[in-house]
Design a protein around this ligand. Sequence first.
Ligand code: MG
Length: 367
Amino acid sequence: MKISRVAAYRVVLPLEHPYRLSGGRLLFEELDSTILRIETDDGLVGWGEGCPWGSTYLPGFARGVRAGMEELAPQILGLDPRRIDVVNRVMDTALPGHPYIKSAFDMACWDILGKATGLAVADLLGGRCEGAITLHSSISTGTPEEMVGLIAAARAKGYRIHSCKVGADVAMDIERIRAIAGSLPAGESVTYDVNRAWLPDQAIQVMNAARDVPAYYEQPCETYEECLAVRRATSQPIILDETIQVFGDLLRAQRDGACEAIGLKIGRVGGLTKARRMRDFCVSTGLRMNIEETGGSIIGDTAAAHLAQSTPETHRRATWLSHDMIAVDTAVGGARNEGGVTHAPEGPGLGVEPYEEVLGAPVMAFG
Ligand code: MG
């Protein structure tokens, strides 16, 4: 089996509501996604998606995805898409770094491997674990009252874990945390996701002032070293997200005891193949994970759901569905919000097929 054609489609994904994170300094109104179609010489088709969360969240941007695809697509023509590690090595040789570009290629190859073998991607990634995947909401930075209102709206959609975006202002953040804690019914929990907005002194002030409030704190500061300083001066569980990009980052964090959990976003680390290696390491070393995509539509979310579904329940915290915040649906099937939980599809491959009318004409095609 050989890859005979690669095509990419640009799809604009409007957010249902404008969304702020990192204490409000980063604003998003729509996402720019690239959906990748890989076809084989025997007629199988695999789908992938690459969608950075805008240009300001990570070192990645939508036009970069497409430029990188133009670079990589000719390199993978003729390869067997079922030999996914080989495809990844060819991509890493042709274009070192740029993990967020490679993820869509890797995803499409997993989809093809599943369709070729009749197995769901979750079964190929180690085997479906019993139990639904718990979802968490994503709560935009706002006033304490606004955030409590957004949590109530998320609760109405079934969410019981909330990722609340805070940061930047110590007094305001303490006020937000108190207001949210005071409004939370039994059985719900919160992550305060700072998205790098605090300096260590701010993180230490807020977290120590709120040490009586049970919560996780995610990516308090910009750099790994700053986050480690916070870890050593506070007691709450810390999740590292943006700073875990390659396997060595995870290795160092585990060795240093820098965090109790990570955000494992498949686009950020280069795709399912590399994310699976990190997942297995986390399972072996007692680190909990939020397994999800960086952004995008139902296609990327579903790929992440397959990795989450094949991860022991003991090691999963929650999964975020980007597409649940998007006003356009790109595909039929996939992992949807079922009242605060989801399941990876059970059919062959990813189990999600794009609507042709949403894709339009390809923006590039090779082969
Ligand atoms: Mg995060």
